[in-house]
Design a protein around this ligand. Structure first.
Ligand code: ATP
Ligand code: ATP
Ligand code: MG
Ligand code: MG
Lengths: 226, 226
């Protein structure tokens, strides 16, 4: 499903250059449930953005489902993202001028689903994250953890083949975090590949495989049988 | 230092009204180190915004350092905030068009401190949160946890009498979280009152008093001797 070979990524800021991802080699099979941990600034979001075709890398090769992801036009990149990937951003990225239900329904709008049908599904997914009553709230009328849950529902609604979640429980109390993790394990049982960036051990313990990103390089514990 | 008597807060959204804070009675003495926990949507940010004079309440009374905080003009509210309070927002609220150092220096600019002096102090505070090398990065060139640490440095730089921190370690790994908590305990030893909203037990265990917000009402464990 995912194959990264010798991936390198640099950022240039004014006077200096930061070598953020250093020779990343990683294979993740279809249907795996994986967590990526690492300290603040270690490169987790950068890695996830590359996997999510939201950012480019400087050298190496990234193959997604046997398709080489390299030097794609913006249209091709958007096509693969919409067809394949559900992304949960570290800072949510909800549309401020649409309410919770419309935000969740958005990926279905891009797939040409009728408004009646996509709003019905959006309410179902809001219900899965405990927010059915908040369907008409605007993002500014939602708590931090509620915004996070809306962005989770939005990523799940199209049943993408791959879910990339950047700290999906960062704003949630432990009880709500557990129910979100149950949701991820549920979709994973349907065969969806799920990659979760997290800095919480309680969350990574609930995944089948734990990867550590340290100073831009990958360290891996054994695969865990759950 | 802080006295809340029978505080109530409602939000109206379209068709219904939400009674978010229900008859809150709370006293916090000068120099205390307090944590507030509660599930997502329980009213923690709402309570902190009222304490930080960023939002009004519907009934009851809030006294800060013996001054009644009620129906203040925006100038008076801004004056008390700038003189008294350091606020760490759940979503950071950094200025996107200023770099990390300028963002940290901002409260000193409002106090009329010269640029040379405030930038020197800003670098010192960035160093305290491990980000001296990132002084010239724009917020969009910082990781989530780095943005969070910049907003922490910004809240500390004026040595305010009261620090209100809304989930200040939400985006941080456990090692970085510990060093941020050490920073809060350090300023608390100087006599600064610190109130931390958190959903992590490891963090609230490091405070002297733990308050629980449940369905908009306060429950309290005994004061803890540390
Ligand atoms: N402007 C608003 N209009 C309507 N409802 C609001 C508004 N702001 C917050 N709310 C609602 O008030 C309740 C409390 O929100 P608050 O942000 O205080 O929660 P919180 O405890 O900080 O949650 P979290 O842990 O998720 O950050 C939530 O149910 C939220 O939807
Ligand atoms: N656009 C950019 N320009 C320059 N440097 C950047 C840019 N984006 C990120 N960085 C730097 O790259 C490094 C990795 O950032 P990244 O966001 O991937 O970290 P992270 O592991 O997700 O951290 P966190 O846990 O704090 O979210 C950081 O040191 C950050 O400052
Ligand atoms: Mg990140
Ligand atoms: Mg909150």
């Amino acid at each position: 499903m995912i194959k990264l070979s010798n991936i390198n990524k640099h950022y240039s800021t004014g006077s200096h250059q930061l070598h953020v991802l250093k020779d990343i080699n990683l294979e993740i099979g279809s249907g795996e449930l994986v967590s990526i941990m690492g300290s603040s600034g270690s490169g987790k979001s950068t890695l996830l953005n590359i996997l999510g075709i939201l950012d480019e890398y400087d050298s190496g090769e990234y193959s997604l489902d046997n398709t080489l992801i390299k030097n794609l036009s913006e249209q091709k990149a958007a096509k693969y993202r919409n067809e394949f990937i559900g992304f949960i951003f570290q800072s949510f990225h909800l549309l401020g001028y649409k309410n919770a239900m419309e935000n969740v329904a958005l990926p279905l709008y891009y797939k040409g689903v009728s408004r009646k049908k996509r709003n019905k599904l959006a309410l179902e997914y809001l219900d899965k994250v405990g927010l059915k009553e908040w369907a008409e709230h605007m993002p500014s009328q939602l708590s931090g953890g509620q915004q996070q849950r809306v962005s989770i529902a939005r990523a799940l609604i199209t049943h993408p083949k791959l879910i990339l979640a950047d700290e999906p429980t960062g704003a949630l109390d432990s009880v709500t975090s557990q129910s979100v993790m149950n949701l991820f394990r549920e979709v994973n049982k349907l065969g969806i590949t799920v990659i979760i960036v997290t800095h919480e051990k309680d969350i990574s313990d609930l995944t089948d495989r734990q990867i550590l990103l340290k100073d831009g390089a990958i360290l891996e514990k054994e695969d865990v049988d759950v």
